[in-house]
Design a binder for this molecule. Structure first.
Ligand code: ADP
Length: 819
């Protein structure tokens, strides 16, 4: 670096000599001045010398390069007129000035510093001593630089009006900065920057990468891209430059000599928006590319491994579920025919063991799906009151088997229809309730449901499962939500636990955006609390149709006389099915594989077909597709349910899309099969043998479809008479209010109010089984708020008011009847 500076200094000295030449010419009238300066310097400063060239010009020359320490040296008179100067910087670069004879040191010194310099010179002359000061000097590009100026009185000759000042920059020179800039640009790792003129000649080249072309900067500048680069490189790079020169910013990747480059061409425009040149930016992204490819590969590997795991788990689950179907089915059949008490006990044990095995397979598969993020949440409207009723039915029975009490309670303000994932909610509550019953030996269990937070569109519900069971010790509580963790292993295994339920529940609750907690006291009981967010349902229009519960034990003949096809390659399952369907008096055809099923479907008309998915020759999916492919075929409209031991929802969705109407997951119990088939065939519902008042109705149509029923309410009330009455009276008041608003609204044309009330009232009419009225309310809402048709709405309001009056009468009678 130092050598560099010395070279530069010498270069500048040469420049100065040129200036001195001119000086010499213009100082013809006083040719002795320079002679005397020269002589004087000779005697006073051993380091520098004014030297004449052959044209009689002079320049400052250093005698000992090694000792040069100053960045600049000025010789000037007392008015600061510069006689000559040297330095790494051409301070008076302005050509006009350099040619003139009036270079003045003050011109390049910041204004504020000028008086200080003047007084410094006066002091130096007065004392004869060297004086120095810090000042700011302008460089040739008008950048102010901090520097130290020292008046060298030893070399100066005040008598001859000649002074010498040495200048040293405190900071880096702008030129040096530019040099560094160029150095930095040239050393950019993996990156090149080129500037091209409009003829594709290089104006500038920087960056390490260009070394790949075995060229240095100089070899680029001023040369055409076609002369500098080899053919292949031109083919790759030229289009990018050409596009930029046409004004199109462009980018892309190229591969050259085993390396990958990211290229970006950018047009450069002047003030008139004319393209003057193009910048080409090239970055070596070989290592990034490599990493990207590695990452892609790892991702693919991970996905493949996930896929393999998925297939493995699906297969294992399938392989266990298929024989389990036979075990459970035959055990049920056996149960019906044996009389011996001990044999009955054994059968009961097989039943329990297979239930447990099924639970384990289901939960392990579920856990696996959760871990792989393969549990997809649903968002659809459902009746939470229906769900609570269902849980009540299931756990009432289980609790009474253990002599425990069981109650479901909910706030009065508890909503009916909400939007969310009813299946997951059911699963979470089932897990907690199963545990509550499992870990409780006396007392009872309560499911308390409350509204926690409510906004215009959302509602947060809290479900508390309280039991009076064995409780959980404090130190175990933090672990019970971990999968395979059990509070008390002995106790848990004695009670048939696997350590999965709470782990799965916690995962599900969090997936749904809620949280779960527990408080417990040993030997007193536990309370599990789940808070979950739901959307409010604005309309009941989209509620899925209710499934009817057909009780096999009460009426096993509902399918009698139906003709059905069952296709299953598993011989045990066919034998089992034959036995079951014979008892139901169903005319059953059996197929051993997919092809047989297709042949039978082509030949015979069936009321229903049950098709297994995994079958040889043609699989179940192909059978379903065949049946749905020709709308002229005899079974085109026949309901088809598929059976599968594959509990993966993505597959199930595919089978449904293929045209099946419903499905059964193996293994299933006989009652489940019966219920499903009756539902698919929409068999007329058997009379409900419950404490319901049947009222004589005037209108037979209403009697048939709109039967005020308190079944749901009884389930929820669970024997609580006061609650029952409150709910029915509440319904009566609401229904009377509706009649009044409807009558006034239609008279005054206040349709908005009518429509809004119709919408609001639908859930409570549905709750009391008044589906006909609910459907009318739906249409009233539609025709008053959305697709306006007041005439139709008016007619419907009239007939609906009559029906609602009828319902009010029935409700009142139900109160009397249940006294
Ligand atoms: P398990 O199948 O063992 O019941 P869970 O994950 O459902 O697995 O529960 C984990 C542990 O938490 C259980 O082993 C038990 O010790 C404890 N536990 C869960 N619910 C209750 C409860 N209601 N009362 C007492 N202990 C419970």
């Amino acid at each position: 670096m130092k050598e560099n500076r010395i070279d530069q200094l010498n270069e500048c000295l040469l420049t100065v000599s040129g200036i001195l030449d001119e000086l010499l010419e213009t100082q013809q009238e006083n040719p002795n001045l320079l002679n005397s300066i020269e002589n004087w310097i000779k005697t006073h400063n051993s380091r520098i010398q004014l030297q004449r060239n052959k044209n009689n010009g002079i320049f400052i020359r250093s005698l000992d390069n090694q000792e040069i320490r100053d960045d600049a040296l000025f010789i000037f008179d007392s008015s600061f007129h510069v006689i000559c100067y040297s330095g790494t910087q051409n301070f008076f670069s302005d050509s006009k000035k350099t040619n003139e004879n009036n270079l003045n040191l003050l011109d390049i010194i910041e204004e504020a510093d000028q008086p200080k310099l003047k007084s410094l010179l006066a002091k130096a002359i007065e004392t004869g001593c060297n004086k120095s000061m810090d000042l700011r000097i302008k460089t040739n590009i008008n950048v102010l630089n901090n520097c130290t100026l020292e008046l060298d009185m030893a070399t100066s000759n005040p008598d001859n009006n000649t002074f010498v000042a040495k200048l040293n920059f405190s900071e880096m020179l702008a030129t040096q900065l530019l040099e560094y800039q160029a150095l930095i640009l040239d050393s950019l790792p993996g990156m090149d920057i080129y500037l091209f003129d409009c003829n594709c000649n290089y104006l500038f080249a920087a960056g390490k990468e260009k070394e790949r072309f075995e060229l240095n900067n100089i070899q680029f500048i001023g040369r055409s891209i076609f002369n500098v680069l080899e053919k292949k490189a031109v083919r790759l790079i030229y289009p990018c430059v050409a596009k930029a020169l046409q004004g199109v910013e462009n980018e892309g990747e190229i591969r050259y000599k085993g390396e990958v480059y990211y290229m970006k061409g950018t047009p450069v425009k002047d003030y008139n928006n004319e393209i003057v040149c193009a910048i080409l930016f090239a970055q070596n992204i070989t290592s990034d590319k490599y990493l990207e490819e590695q990452l892609k590969k790892s991702r693919e590997d991970a996905l493949n491994s996930d896929r393999l795991k998925s297939i493995f788990i699906a297969n294992i689950s399938h392989e266990i579920r298929t024989p389990l179907n036979s075990i459970m089915g035959f055990t049920e059949q056996l149960e019906k025919i044996i009389v011996n008490a001990q044999q009955k006990k054994f059968v009961d044990l097989i039943n329990k063991a297979s239930d447990h095995l099924l639970y384990l397979v289901t939960e392990v598969v579920y856990l696996f799906k959760l871990g792989m993020g393969k549990v997809y949440l649903e968002k659809s409207p459902f009746s939470i009151l229906d769900l609570l009723g269902e849980l009540n039915d299931i756990f009432q029975k289980q609790a009474s088997d253990k002599d425990l009490s069981f109650k479901v309670k909910h706030d009065e303000s508890f909503p009916d229809v909400i939007i969310g994932d009813s299946f997951r909610l059911r699963q979470i509550l089932m897990n907690l309730l199963v545990n509550a019953i499992k870990y409780t030996d006396k007392g009872g269990i309560m499911l308390i449901c409350k509204v926690k937070l409510e906004s215009k569109n959302h509602v947060d519900l809290v479900f508390e499962v309280k039991d009076t069971g064995i409780g959980i010790s404090k130190h175990k509580i933090p672990h019970i939500f971990n999968v395979f963790e059990q509070g008390d292993k002995l106790n848990a295994s004695f009670r048939g636990g696997a350590g999965l339920g709470l782990g799965i529940s916690k995962n599900l609750v969090e997936l749904l955006g809620g949280h779960i907690s527990v408080s417990s006291k040993v030997k007193v009981g536990s309370t599990f609390k789940v808070q979950l967010p739901f959307d409010k349902a604005s309309s009941c229009l989209h509620l899925p149709p209710k499934t009817i519960h057909y009780d096999l034990n009460k009426d096993a003949k509902l399918l009698s006389g139906k003709k059905m096809l069952l296709a299953d390659d598993d011989e045990h399952n066919r034998i089992l099915a034959e036995n079951i369907f014979k008892n139901w008096n169903v005319d059953l055809n059996l197929a051993e594989d997919g092809q047989q099923a297709i042949d039978l479907l082509d030949k015979n008309k069936y009321d229903l077909a049950l098709i297994d998915i995994h079958m040889p020759n043609k699989n179940g999916l192909e059978v379903i597709q065949h049946a749905r492919s020709d709308n002229q075929s005899i079974n085109y409209k026949t309901p088809i349910a598929f059976m599968t031991a594959n509990a993966f929802k993505s597959d199930i969705v595919n089978y449904i899309k293929a045209g099946s109407d419903d499905y059964l997951i193996k293994p299933f119990r006989e009652a489940e099969l019966y219920n499903k088939l009756c539902n698919i065939l929409a068999i007329e519902e058997p009379a409900i043998n419950e404490n319901i008042l049947m009222v004589e109705m005037k209108n037979p149509e209403v009697l048939q479809r709109d039967n005020f029923s308190t079944t749901e309410l009884w389930k929820t009330a669970n024997g609580d008479r006061a609650f029952f009455e409150k709910m029915v009276n509440n319904f009566i008041a609401k229904a009377e209010g509706l009649i009044s608003v409807f009558n006034k609204g239609t008279a005054k044309g206040n349709w908005k109010e009518v429509g809004e009330l119709a919408h609001k009232s639908i859930p409570s009419f549905k709750y009391f089984n008044l589906f006909n009225i609910a459907a009318s309310l739906d249409i009233i809402e539609e025709n008053t708020l959305h697709n306006i048709n007041y005439k139709l709405a008016g007619e419907l309001v009239e007939s609906t008011v009559l029906k609602v009056n009828e319902a009010i009468n029935q409700a009142k009678k139900s109160l009397e009847a249940n006294c």
